[in-house]
Design a protein around this ligand. Structure first.
Ligand code: HEC
Length: 201
């Protein structure tokens, strides 16, 4: 009896193995934008200027008594796979990577008038959603900073920041799941709307 069952068991085991492997590689491919090194540091995302651009908040020094906490432009991008998920579900999926590129305020006038115009690239920060890696207390987000204090060099990797340095402020004021949705019209206009949310066809 046992001898008759065994081949079937082998086939099932083989199928489980093959299926299991393909699921693993799918999950891996799905997280293709997020890379951690062997020490668990996040490797600086690259190529993000070709991702989906969601907005540019700015809190300039001269509107904040000369000492804004973050006086630069913040160009914010979301990775394309998480953008597809956002359009479909209106949620930030596990594996979401959002980067914020810092750009100085450059000139304050142009032929169009007085204002704030972008100057130089100053740095890069990122948030990653990963349920296994980050605790519920930070709503499973990890916060990263790749900028040196003098804003002159970008670091190749970043350790996760302490929750009190970054996550606390996001938790207190961001509109959805620690992300400042209220400042990103592109994400608001596309939330759960699929292809209807992309600005027309
Ligand atoms: C004082 C509150 C505050 C602190 C502290 C703070 N942030 Fe933010 N963060 C914001 C606000 C407000 C926005 C959206 C508007 C903007 O960029 O100015 C934002 C946006 C972001 C974004 C774009 C995605 C999003 O959530 O909207 C990233 C990435 C980010 N912050 C990373 C960080 C990192 C890394 C730290 C810690 C080094 C940090 N933040 C600390 C208030 C804060």
């Amino acid at each position: 009896m046992n001898n008759q069952i065994k081949p079937v068991t082998y086939v099932i085991s083989l199928l489980t193995l093959v299926f299991g492997m393909s699921v693993t590689s799918m999950v891996h491919a799905d997280k293709g934008y997020v890379h951690f090194d062997n020490d668990g540091k996040l490797v600086r995302p690259v190529g993000y200027r070709e991702w989906i651009y969601v907005g540019t908040p700015l809190t300039p020094n001269d509107m904040n008594n000369g000492k804004a906490a973050f006086p630069e432009f913040h160009n914010v991008y979301i990775d394309p796979v998480s953008w597809a998920h956002w359009k479909k579900t209106g949620e930030f999926r596990d594996g979401t990577l959002i980067v914020k590129e810092l750009v100085s305020v450059g000139t304050k006038s142009s032929s169009s008038g007085k204002g704030y115009f972008m100057g130089d690239f100053l740095g890069l920060e990122a948030v990653v959603k990963d349920r296994k890696r980050f605790p519920a207390s930070s709503q499973h987000w990890g916060f990263y900073r790749f900028t040196t204090d003098d804003h002159k060099t970008l670091l190749p990797t970043s350790r996760v920041m302490k929750e009190e340095s970054c996550a606390a402020c996001h938790k207190a004021s961001a509109k959805q799941d620690m992300i400042f949705l209220q400042h990103y019209p592109v994400l608001q206009a596309s939330k759960g709307l699929g292809e209807k949310g992309i600005g027309g066809k």
